[in-house]
Design a protein around this ligand. Structure first.
Ligand code: 13P
Length: 249
């Protein structure tokens, strides 16, 4: 059966010492064995975070990886480099990568393949912008993203894929999707996976909600049948809030 997962995407926040403090605060708290807790600090913090998490159950993720295997790509970080830090996961296709760094579904597809090849599990993001929701195109947008990002991805690959639905209009805005809106889209995503990969894979895939998820709304969101946890931005930078969200199942 699929897992409950709460992942903290720190985005471009936290120097190495600040990150160490945050991890030490998180490590003081305990959460249920039924919940997988993941932290995704910036690249420079991966090794130090990996060492701090060594004897804990908390998992480590990167926020991105290159769409190339290795070589002359100045400034890029490959999936296998990430794997060698001790990270187990990588977030791919975040809307901020799409909006500010021109990532397309095709680029994200290459990244997913490289990450899986390197032995990483992937947290793959999808979600519509406000104008797309307002014009009732959100289902079409998400289904096109899924189709493009998962082109050539096999049923076996899917064991290492988590999906995050992040409506762009809810990210960092304080405007959360309603519980019904989240459930409706998560169910739609699961149905998409079911038609491409079958019922068993669809039922085993964790689908996380992201976008202004906070301790005050996490319970209601996670209570939905198809919402298996959250990808948390702002609230993951405060240990107590992050842990409270992780206790919301
Ligand atoms: P916020 O929780 O800050 O809205 O960010 C969500 C997000 O983008 C997580 O990846």
């Amino acid at each position: 059966m699929r897992k409950n997962i709460v992942a903290g995407n720190w985005k471009m926040n936290m120097t190495i010492p600040e990150g160490e403090n945050l991890i030490n605060e998180i490590l003081k708290e305990s959460i249920s064995n039924q919940t997988i807790l993941i932290v995704a600090p910036p690249y420079p913090n991966l090794v130090t975070t990996s060492l701090l998490l060594k004897n804990s159950k908390i998992k480590l993720a990167a926020q991105n990886c290159a769409d190339k295997d290795k070589g002359a790509f100045t400034g890029e970080v490959s999936a296998s480099m990430i794997k060698s830090t001790g990270a187990e996961y990588v977030i791919l296709g975040h809307s901020e990568r799409r909006a500010y760094y021109n990532e397309t579904d095709q680029i994200i597809n290459s990244k997913i393949k490289l990450a899986l090849k390197a032995g990483l599990k992937t947290i793959v993001c999808c979600g519509e912008v406000l104008s797309e929701r307002e014009s009732n195109k959100h289902f079409d947008v998400v289904s096109k993203q899924l189709k493009g990002m998962f082109d050539g991805i096999t049923p076996t690959d899917f064991e290492n894929i988590i999906i995050a639905y992040e409506p762009v209009w809810a990210i960092g805005t304080g405007k959360t999707a309603t519980s019904d809106q989240a459930q409706e889209m998560h169910k739609f995503i699961r149905e998409n996976i079911k038609s491409a990969y079958g019922n068993e894979i669809a039922e085993n895939t964790s689908i996380l909600y992201g976008g202004s998820c906070k301790p005050s709304n996490a319970k209601e969101l996670f209570n939905n049948a198809d919402v298996d946890g959250g990808l948390i931005g702002g609230a993951s930078l405060v240990a107590k809030e992050f842990i409270e969200i992780a206790k919301s199942f």
